[in-house]
Design a protein around this ligand. Sequence first.
Ligand code: FES
Length: 120
Amino acid sequence: MNSSDLVPVGTVDELAPGQRKRALIKGRSVVLFNIGGTIHAIDDSCPHQGASVANGHLNGCVLSCPAHGLRFDVRTGCMPGAGGLSLTTFPVRTIDGKLFVSLEDPAASAAQASVCNAAP
Ligand code: FES
């Protein structure tokens, strides 16, 4: 991740474990989740039909799309136990208590694809 790709989205203190928030980054809606102290960022657009997933029910690391109920692991974007659709995830970095998201990270995207393909 190049530092020039990093977009500030707030501070770590704003997002306690179990909380989420939406951020607009370069015109794109992104949702950040604090799950057990780790921040994850996903695209706020379901890969099924594009519904917002920001208010979906979260069970552990698995987010349910409010529109039709498809479920995605917010850590990988993958559907648990199945291949197929994949939610876009973005790398998150914490620097001096501030949160940054990168929308451009081909290496992370390739790694994500292999994670999804490896799922049973
Ligand atoms: S739009 Fe998300 S499951 Fe259909």
